[in-house]
Design a protein around this ligand. Structure first.
Ligand SMILES: [Zn+2]
Length: 322
């Protein structure tokens, strides 16, 4: 059984400390997708971060391994090291050029969604007005499919995500998103989106973020409740885990350069009040989850699917060797 963490955030800084990845490994995680940039981050920030993260992984082969296939993930698990891939949160780092997808893939990016909360020339964000997938966005979906990268729809506008899922020739995932039916937040996704994701053969990975779970102090039981909802709606083969823990590190300022306005990317209307103060389900959730999922009535074989074997199956289908 592979435990697959579909999304985690280290500081987007060349000096980021990798000890949180050791914590994930110690908690039983075998593969983690590490964010290397969002729409708010310029390429001049993303590329140095990618270079630093790649170098850090290469310097510690006893702890980490950058992987490009599911066979390599299973080998890393057997060897007791954490398999790592990268993800991009937004299409702006592609600079309007579909060929950039394969370039990022060659640097280790295995998963991408097209808009971070706000609209851009490729796609719509979930906290912006609906326009739909743009003509450039359709070419970008083809580029992601063609490059063997996981198409993700987290943070994406509802209508736009449905259009991406209809356009994609490959399974589409939500690497960190929760059912709207359980928690009314603009980042959460409707039953229609969950059904469309399952129809592509994809997986909805449950986030451990307080505001999206609807719990001020999120725990494994909350994550399990959301996972069980998706399993009941579309089947357990379409459920995964993407806790989306943001590992803040004192002294490392990873804000984008220039006049960065957090209220633009995280609109106050959606991120205020008790739940607006974002907190995360702790790393220990990975240890608690099998028991919490069992408590919802899930069989052991189904728990293995949710903990990571579903994402392993989908990545095995989508990823191809460069
Ligand atoms: Zn995110």
């Amino acid at each position: 059984m592979i435990h697959w963490e579909a999304h985690a955030c280290l500081p987007l800084h060349t000096e980021a400390n990798f000890s949180p990845l050791d914590q994930l490994r110690a908690a039983g995680v075998n593969y983690v997708s590490v964010n290397v940039g969002m729409d708010m981050n310029p390429v001049s920030q993303i590329l140095p971060v990618l270079a630093a993260f790649r170098a850090r992984i290469a310097a510690h082969p006893e702890r980490f391994r950058l992987v490009s296939s599911t066979a390599q993930i299973e080998q890393a698990a057997a060897d007791g090291v954490l398999a790592v891939g990268f993800d991009l949160e937004g299409a702006l780092p592609l600079l309007g050029q579909p060929e950039m997808v394969a370039l990022y893939r060659d640097l280790g990016v295995r998963q991408i969604h097209f808009a971070y909360n706000r609209n851009n020339p490729v796609a719509d964000g979930c906290h912006d007005v609906a326009r739909g997938l743009t003509p450039l966005g359709r070419r970008m979906v083809e580029a992601v499919n063609g490059a063997g990268v996981l198409m993700d729809c987290s943070h994406t506008g509802r209508r736009c995500s449905l259009e991406i899922m209809a356009a994609s020739s490959q399974p589409v995932v939500f690497s960190h998103a929760n059912p709207l039916a359980l928690s009314p937040h603009g980042r959460n996704i409707t039953d229609e989106q969950i059904r469309a994701c399952a129809a592509t053969g994809g997986v909805v990975c449950i986030s451990g973020v307080s505001a999206f779970l609807g719990s001020a102090t999120p725990l494994a039981a909350d994550v399990a409740r959301h996972a069980a909802y998706v399993a009941d709606l579309v089947g357990v083969r379409h459920v995964g885990i993407g806790l989306d823990i943001g590992f803040h590190q004192d002294g490392l300022d990873d804000r984008p350069p220039g006049d960065h306005d957090p209220a633009y990317w995280w609109p106050r209307a959606d991120y205020q009040g008790a739940l607006g103060n974002i907190s995360y389900a702790p790393v220990d959730t990975w240890r608690q989850l099998p028991g919490a999922l069992a408590h919802t009535g899930m069989a052991a074989s189904d728990i293995a699917l949710v903990m990571g074997n579903n994402m392993l199956r989908v990545a095995g289908q989508v990823w191809r060797q460069p």
